[in-house]
Design a protein around this ligand. Structure first.
Ligand code: NAD
Ligand code: IPM
Ligand code: MN
Length: 364
């Protein structure tokens, strides 16, 4: 199979984790006889420095010519004082909007070998397997106005939480499709319906959509309770569907069930069929440039790409199995090493490549 993959490494550890993920993908290509062409694009801080724009036109063009996109992360202290339109994060938000990447899937599954790495007790995290379906192109992130204003004669500020009903409907439908066809048929819709009108409409729409999926059970949960339930009993969840900002916050929280933010992969699915794959973490300025970041989130995002965008199930499984084997062997990066000797970003990826190659050689 021949595929074009747009690579947007971005800033900080984004570059480090994408670099090694490309090596893993090259190993997959070699062993399964595929041809992957990699086209690099600038985004975020680097793009601001080189082009004066966090999302240059060339980058959008590179993405649109590709069959799928892999992104590292954007942002860093160097650009934190910039005006909003010249912030790295604006590049990522603009790309999500431009490509209509409205459904962000963030699976949370624990690895047996990492049960001791979670700050939660083993018996609570053992066997956790759910997915957060986060709305990604609406809500507070995109509503206008979002600005400083004068209000009642005083300095004030406004952000706007705006959703078209159709935007709510399509994300909830995506969640029901996933719950019904690929999972255990239980949805927890997370909102703040006791306070927000947007959440009350969200609930209404969820109830409407639920009628079309009688095999799926729908439960509503207020977001503050959901934040607590994720720690109290994470095994209760199968599919969580929620709006943009709640999904952002809950997924970083949920990552610790697995032991580290560096473990969580994601797929941002588009209405157009051109999807983007990215770890849920950021550019981690505190550890950038040290070759110590955990590359697993990005490597598992590449596996999601192979499965979802290219239909390469066997290849996706091969990556996931290689990650599992390496973790079982005891190798892990500093975020999971609990003070023991840690592997570097490159060593971790190298071992995953070797595990993949060994395993595939045995299969042949
Ligand atoms: P972060 O996710 O970058 O880091 C949070 C903490 O987790 C840090 O201590 C970091 O060292 C650690 N961490 C994150 N990824 C790791 C990995 N792969 N391996 C080991 N440790 C890891 O969040 P932050 O510090 O709040 O934000 C830093 C910058 O990243 C900001 O500019 C922010 O806007 C940006 N950001 C970007 C994205 C993205 O591009 N999708 C996501 C989140 C944050
Ligand atoms: C994420 C990040 C982004 C978000 C930022 C960088 C805009 O935190 O991908 O989770 O909030 O969506
Ligand atoms: Mn986030």
């Amino acid at each position: 199979m021949k595929k074009r993959i747009a690579l947007l490494p971005g800033d900080g550890i984004g570059k480090e984790v994408v670099d090694v993920t490309v090596e893993v993908l090259k190993t997959v290509a070699e062993h399964f006889h595929h041809q992957f062409q990699f086209d690099y694009g600038l985004i975020g801080g680097d793009a601001i420095d080189q082009k004066g724009n966090p999302l240059p036109e060339e980058t959008i063009a590179i993405c649109k010519q590709a069959d799928a996109i892999i992104l590292g992360a954007v942002g860093g202290p160097k650009w934190d004082q910039n005006p909003m339109e010249l912030r790295p994060e604006r590049g990522l938000l603009a790309l999500r909007k431009e490509l209509d990447l409205f459904a962000n899937l963030r699976p949370i599954t624990t690895f047996d070998s990492l049960l001791d790495s979670s700050p939660l007790k083993k018996e609570y995290v053992n066997g956790v397997d759910f997915v957060i379906v986060r709305e990604l192109t609406g809500g507070l992130y995109f509503g206008k106005p979002s600005e400083r204003i004068t209000y009642e004669g005083q300095e004030a500020v406004v952000d706007t939480l705006l959703y078209k009903r159709s935007e709510i409907e399509r994300i909830i439908e995506s969640a029901f499709e996933i719950a019904s066809k690929r999972r255990r048929k239980h949805i927890t819709s997370v909102d703040k319906a006791n306070v927000l009108e947007s959440s009350r409409v969200w609930r209404e729409v969820a109830e409407e959509v639920a009628k079309r999926y009688p095999e799926v059970t729908l439960e509503h949960m207020l977001v503050d309770n959901a934040a607590m339930q994720l720690i109290r009993s994470p095994k209760q969840f199968d599919v969580i569907v929620t709006e943009n900002m709640f999904g952002d916050i809950l997924s970083d929280e949920a990552s610790m069930i697995t032991g580290s933010l560096g473990m969580l992969a994601s797929a941002s699915l588009s209405s157009t069929g051109l999807h983007l794959y990215e770890p849920i973490h950021g550019s981690a300025p505190d550890i950038a440039g040290k070759n110590i970041a955990n590359p697993v989130a990005t490597i598992l995002s590449a596996a999601m790409m192979l499965r979802q965008s290219f239909g390469l199930e066997e290849e996706a499984k091969a990556i996931e199995k290689a990650v599992d084997n390496v973790l079982n062997s005891g190798t892990r990066t500093a975020d999971l090493a609990q003070g023991n000797k840690a592997a570097s970003t490159k060593q971790m990826a190298e071992e995953i490549k070797n595990a993949l190659a060994d395993d595939h050689a045995i299969l042949n």
